[in-house]
Write a protein that binds this ligand. Structure first.
Ligand SMILES: Nc1ncnc2c1ncn2[C@@H]1O[C@H](COP(=O)(O)OP(=O)(O)OP(=O)(O)O)[C@@H](O)[C@H]1O
Length: 314
């Protein structure tokens, strides 16, 4: 028997790999996510985000490695009642009415919150008597949201949840998501391509590229780890002092100017004495700038902050 009390870790991935025929969709994926976080999973198309979420939702079997949710192995049946998953294509029964869909949620889920589910549906003016197959894409998403939230899960897995919602619905449902997470301590893991939304909503980040974890940790640790430096290029390059002293995530030279996203890990290197007329300016980048630089540079060293680091079992 496993201990069924949720631990401090909502997710612990230990050396997860997933292969589809000849292609690796996930490689060496190890991290842990503290409970109660609103975490974004970001990465280019094909990075492995849906694959990871599918493994966590028990729809995809990993090739190797283990995954625990709330301290319990993902293949333990007790996980089912604790986790809700909103798939990218929001699958629902088209012939069911909205009311019948919610009734199914009520009958399948012991902690079902009918009032909350109905509130989500009604606030979008979605008629309870309408058949799901006749609803617009955004209305169907709202019903899928109602099913996921109504379940009152400990962990909510959302695969690009907001992509087909209008700006008002997006604003309303993201507010609801944050309120629910704060009130009930729900952990949220959502994949998203909308970086402004990620910046606004999430306090933790996972960045995947090419199936590998590139960055993981709380945003308030990841952002200060980066500095955006701009200045005069030296011999058409980023000054050597910067490149040697710090981790260069991404650099660009345009005309005589360079800009470089670096990880400093200590004070910023001094300006080159040999080129006192080539000063540089340093500023704290936005989360969006960091994410773009990280995704554009899949070969830059990964940054997994200590809190998110899951030591791989020997
Ligand atoms: N069922 C499958 N069979 C074969 N290959 C697959 C399958 N599902 C995904 N893949 C491949 O695995 C890789 C990761 O796909 P995945 O859907 O996890 O990426 P993603 O990060 O969610 O992408 P997107 O942002 O486009 O949704 C891709 O190269 C994809 O082609």
């Amino acid at each position: 028997m496993h201990d069924s009390t949720p631990g401090p870790w909502a997710i612990e991935a230990d050396n997860l790999w997933k292969r589809y025929r000849r292609r690796w969709a996930l490689q060496e994926c190890s991290f842990r996510l503290p409970a109660g976080r609103v975490c974004a999973m970001v990465g280019p198309n094909g990075a492995g985000k849906s694959t990871f979420l599918g493994i966590a939702a028990r729809l995809i079997q990993p090739s190797t490695g283990t995954l625990k949710l709330g301290g319990v192995p993902v293949d333990d049946p007790t996980v089912l009642t604790r986790v809700a998953y909103l798939a990218q294509d929001k699958p629902l029964y088209p012939r069911f009415t909205v009311a019948e869909t919610l009734r199914l949620g009520r009958e399948l889920n012991p902690r079902w919150d009918q009032a909350l589910a109905e509130r989500i549906v009604r606030s979008g003016d979605v008629p309870l008597a309408a058949r799901v197959g006749t609803l617009s894409g955004g209305q169907r998403t709202r019903v899928a949201f109602a099913l996921a939230f109504g379940k009152r899960p400990e962990l909510l897995l959302l695969d690009e949840p907001m992509s087909d919602l209008d700006p008002l619905a997006r604003d309303e449902l993201s507010g609801l998501l944050l309120a629910e997470a704060a009130e009930h301590g729900t952990t949220v893991l959502m994949s998203s391509h909308m970086l402004s939304e990620v910046e606004e909503m999430c306090d933790h980040l996972l960045v995947l590229a090419g199936g590998r974890l590139r960055m993981a940790g709380p945003t308030d640790a990841l952002v200060p780890a980066h500095t955006l430096v701009t200045g005069r290029a030296v011999d058409g390059r980023v000054p050597r002092e910067l490149a040697e002293r710090h981790t260069l995530v991404e650099s660009r030279v345009s005309g005589r100017q360079f800009s470089a996203m670096i990880r400093t890990d200590g004070p910023l290197a001094d300006r080159p004495e040999a080129a006192p007329d080539a000063p540089w300016d340093a500023m704290t980048p936005s989360l969006e700038e960091i994410l773009l630089a990280c995704m554009r540079s899949p070969d830059a060293p990964a940054l997994i902050v200590d809190e998110a680091r899951k030591e791989t079992a020997a």
